[in-house]
Design a protein around this ligand. Structure first.
Ligand code: TEU
Length: 567
């Protein structure tokens, strides 16, 4: 059914990275009590859903994406009581809570794996994937966070290699085993019973493996999977069966939402995951959008020429078209795995930081699809741009650096790229004030605070009507007031214009024109200036209309009703 209404289609999601949001006990790590202390702030944004990154017990090799106890809160983040309070107090403010859940792998410190690795006879052995060493070397698999890039790790006690798509500390779970699946479903129900409103399923597209373990040759990877291991990993033979089973076993009869991180899924395949006829996921976080401007084949290497707006428009327009018929889109320009939104897609110089951040939020909040806003972006927080590998905490950056070093590659060039793309850029502490450590902690922060906190912080923007923060609050309100911005059709108006992104949103009652100047220069948009009547979004005080043109200021973003529109 096309565009049936659902609470999660109308929602704005706010992603909180708990480790860096607010520390309540001075240990330098953000925690649940910290989040609890800022609920008024969160509510003041107007968001409907909070998504928190993993807070389960974990050795923290990958900041919580290596879970060692699925059913308990890591003491660094607080207690189960804190979590229950968070659920209740968010609900009291009409905000739902989505928890991040990692079931492609566990930590190597999880009890299941600690036992599994002891002996082939241990009942836990079959909860993971193994290659017995008597069969020789396993066929190559890529381990994204492995210092050598390998996806199999030898384990002496079992004389076998275990599979890990991420780091050797993150062994992959064996979804082929029905017992494993039952354990996972039980555990997911455990969390729903606590009253949470859904899950963001981490790396969920990787759970099904071809256990005939075919050789994956470089040619095959290139031809069939566009040189991307993620594409191969997301093409497991039973993926859709497992997702259907998961939905049936866990979500049936609930109002909860399930959002899959869909690494490796290409646009044409997306409706098979989220089509309402499918009974699998509700939404996915696609990767094609955030890959725009990366050079093919290389690890997150940015094109020095920057990204092409025409490509950006093409990707988002295509995803809209594909989802229109079967499914529902999400929109995000940053998260805990991506650099800061304004540094990657806007211009984070003093001159244009605020303007370009406002423009990017206009995009996120006027497109069709459920927007996810990443904490700190609403202040225009920027990349920290670490100069040395020592400053990084992220396992991905550190281990890929090691891979490159071992292969004799150019580590300086890598570090240079990481300044734009590295994950730690978006993981620095939330900038609350101009005070000590940006008001994040009274202790020593687990990762450096961005020096610009004295200028960019919540306190400075709170009561400034011209701030990015105020602008975002206004946009969220507007989206709520105008259903056309949620369910209305989307049309791209100028696919070939390399500077301005123009589109309309319309339904039977209203039509809205959005113009976004993605450059630091004045740009002309040729159209009948009468095209914009009542202007309700503008990051400048005025709009210059002249003859048959609208002249946009640098990074100007406007949205307005199209009077008597012919759409
Ligand atoms: O990310 C999965 C994933 O596909 C990553 O490889 C992602 O593409 C990469 O981090 C981008 O640089 C998820 C989580 O979001 C991430 O934080 C975890 O590190 C990863 O799974 C392993 O659990």
């Amino acid at each position: 059914m096309k565009n049936s209404s659902k609470w999660w289609k109308e929602a704005v999601i706010y992603q909180i990275y708990p480790r860096s949001f607010k520390d309540s006990d001075g240990n330098g790590i953000g925690d649940l009590k910290g989040i609890l202390s800022q609920l008024d702030y969160i509510a003041s944004l107007g968001v409907d859903v909070v998504w928190i990154n993993p807070v389960y017990v974990s050795p923290g090799e990958d900041n919580g994406y290596d879970i060692s106890d699925f059913r308990a809160i890591d003491p660094a983040f607080g207690t189960m009581e804190d979590l229950q309070r968070l659920i209740d107090e968010l609900h009291a403010k009409n905000i739902r809570l989505i928890m991040d859940m990692v079931v492609n792998h566990t930590s190597d410190q999880h009890e299941w794996f600690r036992r599994a690795r002891l002996s082939r006879d241990d009942p836990h052995y079959t909860l993971y994937h193994w290659w017995p060493a008597e069969k020789g070397k396993p066929p190559y698999r890529c381990g994204f966070f492995d210092p050598e890039g390998k996806g199999w790790q030898y384990n002496e006690a079992t004389n076998a290699y275990y599979l890990h798509y991420f780091s050797p500390h993150q062994p992959d779970l064996n979804w082929e085993n029905p017992q494993l699946r039952r354990r996972v479903y039980d555990m997911l129900r455990f969390w729903l019973d606590k009253g949470i409103d859904g899950f963001r399923m981490d790396a969920i597209t990787f759970i099904s493996k071809d256990t005939t373990w075919p050789e994956v040759t470089a040619d095959m990877l290139k031809e069939k999977y566009a040189d991307d291991w993620g594409h191969y990993y997301a093409a497991g033979p039973h993926l859709h069966d497992y997702l259907k089973e998961l939905r049936n076993e866990v979500l049936r009869g609930t109002d909860a939402v399930i959002i899959g991180e869909s690494s490796g899924v290409q646009a044409e395949a997306a409706p098979d995951f989220v089509g309402e006829d499918r009974g699998e996921l509700d939404m996915i976080y696609q990767f094609e959008g955030i890959m725009v401007g990366y050079l093919p084949g290389a690890f997150k290497k940015v094109d020095p020429a920057g990204y092409k707006l025409t490509e950006f428009k093409e990707v988002y327009s295509r995803w809209d078209r594909i989802m229109e018929a079967r499914g529902w889109n999400t929109l995000y320009l940053s998260n805990h795995d991506q650099p800061r939104m304004v540094s990657r897609w806007g211009d984070d110089s003093d001159a244009w930081r605020a303007m370009s951040a406002k423009l990017l939020f206009t995009f996120l909040l006027t497109m069709r699809g459920t927007p996810s806003l990443y904490n700190g972006d609403e202040l225009g927080m920027t990349n920290i741009r670490f100069g040395s590998i020592e400053d990084y905490r992220d396992i991905e950056t550190r281990h890929v650096y090691e891979q490159i070093r071992q292969q004799g590659g150019d580590t300086d060039a890598f570090l240079h790229d990481q300044q734009l793309t590295g994950r730690d850029n978006s993981r620095t502490p939330f900038q609350w004030s101009a005070g000590l450590h940006a008001g994040f902690t009274e202790g020593e922060p687990w990762i450096k605070v961005n020096d610009n906190y004295r200028v960019i912080n919540k306190e400075a923007q709170e009561n400034d009507p011209g701030s990015v923060l105020s602008f975002v609050r206004g946009l969220i309100r507007l989206r709520k007031e105008r259903p056309v911005l949620i369910y209305g059709e989307y049309r791209l108006l100028n696919p070939d214009d390399p500077h301005v992104y123009a589109y309309s949103r319309y339904d039977s009652a209203a039509a809205v024109l959005v113009l976004l100047n993605f450059t630091g220069e004045d740009r002309e948009f040729r159209c009948d200036p009468g095209m914009t009547g009542d202007l309700f979004i503008n990051n400048y005080p005025d709009l210059r209309r002249k003859d048959n043109s609208i002249w946009l200021y640098p990074w100007q973003a406007i949205g307005g009703a199209m009077p008597g529109s012919s759409k």
